[in-house]
Design a protein around this ligand. Structure first.
Ligand SMILES: Cc1cc2nc3c(=O)[nH]c(=O)nc-3n(C[C@H](O)[C@H](O)[C@H](O)COP(=O)(O)O)c2cc1C
Length: 368
């Protein structure tokens, strides 16, 4: 399983793995793919610097990437103080009442005033980019459209490739015009922020739109080698996967909430996800739980726009994690969760993906 992407990125297999965990990212790169570290969780950019130092030392000299969240359309500027004041009291009261009714206890004193995720404020994401540029990523990806032009230019000046996630062919066209080097065509099935077009339809559309100019990676709904081979058949130069690594043995993020999240993911079927604005204010796919159900009830308020919604639910997410109840979790995951049924090391997940993709491609050659 080799494509031109392997040469371009200096990797063995055309498999890119997005993950919020540096341990998983390093293991993906060591296993021959490209581990891409999600930076949005680093409210304190200094912490990211330490983590990238660690990645530089733990990837055996293999390339890795980083991912920032710079929404190209949503206004995500402002200080936390200003923004927190825009969260309606009615919403705060509903969240509090709902957590109580779900049996989620309050956090111990002093822990309650969590800021939520700040990494999607441009000011914070820019700090992530500055820190990344002081390290040695091979790729900088942006989750929500093209990054700003100066970010693209600075990455290029250091020989770093720029990728962007696209949920529509016209978005992909715009990204390539902006100077993006790799487009990730991410279908509706995907975990996290996602659009409305399924991968089977989206991927050939994006390949037809920009595939003669840049490599296109297939994302959304890829959890095994047959799905990876299908993405190549649809014209992709490689795959970009997020959900599958969440149950990797190396994924230890989330501390006390880890047990419940892992149990919820291992027990979920492909029908057990929901696309909703409750996580960040933009549509994102999450595993269904009593928390997502509560937001679908008639008494629930409309989720707020990004970035206010996550300021509203930031402390709630920490309370939920601390409660460690597999029926009440707040976790992005895609429809491939249905085949995420055992905890295995990244190297095993990667070896199976490559073996099954190779077998599938060979079998297709013999089919006709
Ligand atoms: C837990 C989780 C968090 C995610 N966070 C981000 C993010 O911060 N930035 C980003 O570009 N994509 C993010 N994504 C989307 C992934 O990059 C990827 O496109 C998606 O997971 C692919 O679909 P799949 O889940 O079917 O593999 C996230 C996905 C998951 C499951």
């Amino acid at each position: 399983m080799r494509t031109s992407l392997c040469e371009q990125l200096g990797i063995e297999y055309p498999i890119v793995g997005f993950t919020p965990s540096e341990h998983v990212a390093a293991a993906i790169s060591r296993a021959g793919g490209l581990g891409v570290l999600g930076c949005v969780r680093f409210n304190d950019p200094a912490e990211l610097s330490d983590v990238l130092d660690w990645l530089d030392e733990n990837t055996d000299g293999k390339p890795y990437g980083i991912d920032v969240v710079m929404p190209s359309t949503a206004p995500t500027e402002g200080s936390v103080g200003d923004l927190a004041g825009l969260v309606p009291q009615r919403h705060r009261e509903w969240v509090d009442r709902t957590l109580t009714s779900l049996g989620v206890p309050p956090l111990p004193d002093g822990d309650a005033d969590d800021d939520g995720v700040l990494g999607w404020l441009h000011s914070v994401a820019r700090a992530h980019v500055d820190i990344a540029l002081a390290h040695r990523p091979a790729l900088i990806a942006n989750a929500l459209g093209s990054p700003p032009k100066d970010v693209i230019d600075r990455a290029h000046a250091q020989g770093i490739l720029v990728a962007a996630l696209a949920g529509r062919a016209d978005h992909a066209r715009r990204q390539v015009a902006d100077g993006v080097d790799i487009v990730v065509a991410q279908g509706y099935e995907a975990g996290g922020h996602t659009g409305e077009i399924a991968s089977m339809v989206l991927l050939p559309e994006v390949v037809d739109a920009v595939g003669d100019q840049v490599p296109v990676l297939g994302a959304g709904g890829i959890g095994c080698g047959r799905q990876a081979a299908a993405a190549l058949a649809l014209g992709a130069s490689g795959v970009w996967m997020g959900s599958a690594w969440l149950i990797a043995e190396e994924y230890t993020l989330g501390g006390q909430g880890q047990t419940s999240v892992r149990r919820a993911l291992l027990g979920a079927t492909s029908a057990d996800t929901v696309r909703s604005r409750i996580y960040s204010g933009k549509p994102a796919r999450l595993v269904k739980s009593r928390w997502t159900q509560a937001w679908a009830a008639p008494d629930a308020p409309e989720p707020l726009p990004m970035p206010l919604q996550n300021l509203l639910v930031g402390a709630a997410h920490r309370r939920i994690a601390a409660a460690d109840d597999p029926e009440v979790v707040a976790m992005p995951v895609g429809q491939v969760v249905g085949r995420m049924n055992s905890v295995r090391p990244v190297a095993d997940i990667m070896a199976d993906l490559v073996r099954e993709a190779d077998e599938t491609i060979a079998a297709l050659g013999k089919l006709l």
